[in-house]
Structures are given as C-alpha cells and as structure tokens.
Write a protein that binds this ligand. Structure first.
Ligand SMILES: Nc1ncnc2c1ncn2[C@@H]1O[C@H](COP(=O)(O)OP(=O)(O)OP(=O)(O)O)[C@@H](O)[C@H]1O
Ligand SMILES: [Mg+2]
Length: 352
C-alpha cells in the first residue's frame, strides 16, 4: 500500500537491513527512518558501509536481509529505474561528446515526455543549478564544479522523490566544495525533495544536514541533528569522529566525576567507576592557576589566524584549547602553567 507521509513523499524506512559480501558482513541490522524532504547525511570513515546503504536504497544491490520501504512501499525486487529515486555519483561520468543540454535530457528519453516538454524541463533543471546559457557547451569546456552541477541537473530533471548523493563534491578542491555546499543546501530548499547525502567529511555533514547518522563498521552509532550529535555524542567514537575532541580519563564515584582529584561534574545515575570526560577545545577556558582547580602545563601556543590553538598537558593526558583571537590577552605562555575552567554544561561523561 502506497502512502505519501510528508507532502512530497520521499519517506524512507530501513528496517533490520544487513548485507554480506561473501563471508564479510558490511551492514549490520540498520534501523533508520528518513523523513520526507529531509537533508539527511550518512557520515563515517572509509569502508563503514555508506555507499552500500545508498546502493540498497537506490536498487543497485539486492535486498536480502531486512527491508527498504519508500513511502510505505517495500522495495525488495523493485528495479532501480522503477524506484522514485535518483543517484548522483562521485564520478559524475557525463557523456563527453554530448552537449550540456543533451546530457541533462538523457534520462528523459525513458520517460513519457514530448520534445517540447523535455526542452522545458531541461531548461528548468539548468536554471536550478544556475547553468542556463551553458546548454550547448561540451563537458570538457566546463570547470569541475560546473560538471558537477550538470550531473545534479541530470538527476533533478527526472523529478525523483529522493536524491541519493554519494560524495558528490569529493573530486573538487576545498574552496569550490564550500561554494557548492552552500548551493546544494539552497537547491535542496528549492526542490523540497529528500536528499540522502554520503560524506566522510564531518564539517560538511554538520553544516549541510537537517539530521545525520554516524556509522561505524556497518552499524549506525548515533542519529540526530548536527548540534546534538556534536554536543552530546553517545560514545567516544562519535565524539572523536566529529571534530576535535579532548577525551580525558576520569573516575565517577558517589560524590561526582573526578578528574585528577578535582570534581568536574555531578555523577549521573548508573555511571560509577572509570569513565571518559569529553570537552571540546572551544569550551576550555584558561584562567590564572589557583588552588583546588585543574591545572595544566602549556606545551605549545600555535597562532592560526582567527584563533590560537593551545596544546596543554593535564596529568598524563594531552588537551587542546582553542581561544578566539578577539583582542583579549592570552593567559597561556609556552612552558608556563594555567588553570582550566571547564563549565559543567561543556562536559560530557561517556563510558570509558
Ligand atoms: N562489491 C563488493 N564486493 C565485496 N566487498 C565489497 C563490495 N563493495 C563494497 N565492499 C566492502 O564493503 C565494505 C563497505 O563498503 P562501502 O563502499 O559501503 O564503504 P563506504 O563507507 O562507502 O567507504 P568510502 O568512504 O571509502 O567510500 C568495505 O569493506 C568494502 O570493501
Ligand atoms: Mg563510498
């Protein structure tokens, strides 16, 4: 039974989804719901199963264990071209001898669509990716970013309910990536369909997504909105994967969480014994050293333009602080000692 859930459809439900290649299990019981119209990212290191997940949604791999449902319809046995889904691959493989317009129009020949209608839709798709005026150029006459936009237009012209994007900006340099990240984000708002975006770049996932899933060797470790996953990671793996994380060994007892003999947080229910305290570098405040306070030795002070990175040694652990260069005097001098103020709301106590 089909049902559309959100207004435009594109609701995805993965349930008990597993995948083996021979003896190797590459996806392990994935449970995930992606809402209609969401910009959802799958984030994780190389080999964790991101592309495999996309291929199962897109219909390029057989669904053998578990299910993929799109707008309530079970996709098992449904061929790729019959799914309301289109994929933009990392290598965007345009036809080199066809013009931009013909590249974009290519998929329409398999749809019931008159010549005039096709022309209008190609025009619309090129407008969406800001490439009108480039219709008669050949791919080799375009920059990398422009070629990437042709690949996007080629998918959008088919009006899928879901667009799967597998590291679409991977081949581009850092500056162009940032430009296209912003463009993709506003394109998503404009077309209103579901985007499932694969990346191993944590900053990209944090800045672009409505929600994201962090994957670890075939499993989903955490799902949430970017701020939640960054500020409240459920594990040291997630904390470490999303940006710089100071992970300090601590001990929880009935009084609180002790870090080098200083109580830094109140102990929560159930956490007793060895634990790990997470604090992001931008949440470490350096103050003049005082009794009863955490203290650190200043190893290196590194100027980085907008901020200064301060490498500290706290007991046997290394710790990084990032201090914005806002004109205030810096409390740290290489070789000196500083006090550390860690606001309780900046700390997260994780299982060791
Ligand atoms: N056709 C295949 N046959 C056998 N093993 C495969 C096949 N495709 C992928 N794998 C393996 O499955 C695992 C997951 O691969 P996948 O391509 O999903 O990773 P990924 O998260 O997309 O990584 P990357 O960031 O490097 O693209 C890897 O260990 C990979 O070697
Ligand atoms: Mg991949």
């Amino acid at each position: 039974m089909a049902d559309d859930r959100g207004a435009g459809g594109g609701h995805i439900e993965l349930s008990g989804l597993s995948k083996w290649y021979g003896q190797q299990q590459v996806l392990d019981n994935i449970e995930l719901v992606i809402e209609s119209g969401e910009f959802f990212s799958l984030l994780g290191p190389s080999g964790c199963g991101k592309t495999t997940t996309l291929r199962l949604i897109g219909g390029f791999e057989d669904i053998e264990h578990g299910s993929v449902r799109i707008d309530g319809v079970d996709m098992r046995g449904v061929p790729a071209e019959k799914r309301p889904v289109n994929t933009v691959f990392q290598s965007y493989a345009l036809f080199p001898h066809k013009s931009v317009a013909d590249n974009v129009a290519f998929g329409l020949r398999f749809q019931d669509c008159t010549k005039a209608e096709a022309k209008r839709r190609v025009g619309e798709a090129l407008e969406l990716v800001r490439l009108n005026g480039f219709e008669s150029r050949k791919p080799h006459q375009l920059s990398g970013g422009q070629q990437q936009r042709v690949a996007l237009a080629r998918s959008l012209v088919l009006r899928p309910k879901v667009l799967l994007l597998d590291e679409p900006l991977g081949a581009l340099d850092a500056k162009l990536r940032r430009v296209l990240q912003v463009e993709l984000r506003s394109l998503h708002r404009e077309v209103g369909i579901t985007f499932v975006y694969v990346t191993h770049d944590q900053e990209e996932a944090l800045t672009m997504s409505d929600r994201l899933a962090v994957m670890n060797t075939g499993r989903i470790e955490q799902v949430g909105v970017p701020r939640e996953v960054y500020d409240e990671p459920c594990s040291t793996y997630v904390a470490d994967f999303l940006g710089l994380a100071n992970l300090l060994p601590a001990e929880a007892d009935d009084r609180g969480v002790q870090l080098l003999g200083v109580e830094v947080a109140t102990a929560t229910e159930g956490t007793r014994g060895p634990c790990t305290v997470l604090v992001r570098p931008e949440r470490v405040t350096l103050v003049a050293p005082a009794e009863g306070q955490l203290r650190a030795r200043v190893e290196h002070v590194v100027f980085a333009g907008a901020a200064t990175h301060i490498h500290l040694q706290v007991g046997s652990s290394a710790l990084q602080a990032v201090v914005p260069n806002d004109g205030a005097a810096l409390a740290a001098v290489e070789g000196g000692e500083v006090g550390l103020r860690l606001a309780p709301d900046a700390l997260r106590v994780l299982p060791a």
